[in-house]
Design a protein around this ligand. Structure first.
Ligand code: HEC
Length: 193
């Protein structure tokens, strides 16, 4: 086994801290999965519709203008003490960068495990006042590559828009099955009690 994989596995074992009761873990997983799904459902179908009706350039503008607003809307609807966001090591929107070294390490662990063909599962991190549930996001469809792919796959008009809108865009060069990032659900410990 490669050194990096052992590191990553150790990391995930630490994260599933054994002092987190099994019952709590179950609850964290449930809220995490549901909240991640709510965000996904707020974004993906709308994006799909835009692409179909108006093409990739317009759909890119839609993402740029609406993704954050829709995320705020979803957060308003979630129960108190629960919030959701997307993060990526190669983020397009600076607002989607990891906020600390834990978030960064988990994204790196997902990358490492995925590149070693380990099937990714959500992870739980225990903090002082809250838990974080991390759901890995993979590039599963060719359509993602139209806006996140390499020279051969990216849509030219979309690329032109990204160059103007995001001077530090890192979210390109992806291939099918790459880890694009994660959905992070933060759950206050009071919610789990
Ligand atoms: C029409 C262009 C377009 C398509 C298609 C597209 N994206 Fe994006 N994506 C964007 C834009 C623009 C952003 C930055 C705006 C934001 O989310 O705040 C973004 C951001 C993201 C982010 C947040 C991290 C970051 O880079 O800021 C993730 C995760 C993501 N996309 C995943 C996907 C996946 C998975 C697919 C395929 C199902 C996909 N995208 C398809 C345009 C696109």
């Amino acid at each position: 086994m490669k050194k990096g994989i052992i590191l990553a596995l150790t990391l995930s074992a630490t994260l599933f801290a054994s002092n987190t009761q099994e019952k709590s873990q179950h609850k964290i997983m449930k809220i995490g999965k549901e909240s991640a799904k709510t965000l996904f459902k707020a974004l993906e179908p709308q994006l799909k519709k835009k692409i179909k009706k108006e093409g990739f350039a317009k759909a890119s503008e839609f993402c740029a203008n609406e993704a954050q607003k829709l995320t705020i809307e979803v957060n308003k609807k979630l129960q108190k003490g629960v919030s959701v966001k997307r993060i990526s090591l190669k983020n397009r929107n600076p607002l989607n960068a990891p906020v600390n070294t834990n978030e960064e390490s988990i994204l790196k662990a997902f990358d490492l495990l995925n590149s070693s063909s380990v099937k990714l599962k959500p992870l739980i991190e225990e903090g002082t006042n809250s838990y974080k549930f991390y759901k890995p996001l993979l590039i599963k469809k060719g359509v993602c590559l139209k806006c996140h792919g390499d020279e051969n796959t990216i849509n030219k008009d979309a690329k032109e828009f990204f160059n103007k809108k995001y001077p530090n865009d890192k979210a390109i060069g992806y291939k099918i099955n790459d880890v694009r990032g994660a959905i992070v659900v933060e759950i206050n410990k009071k919610v789990i009690k």
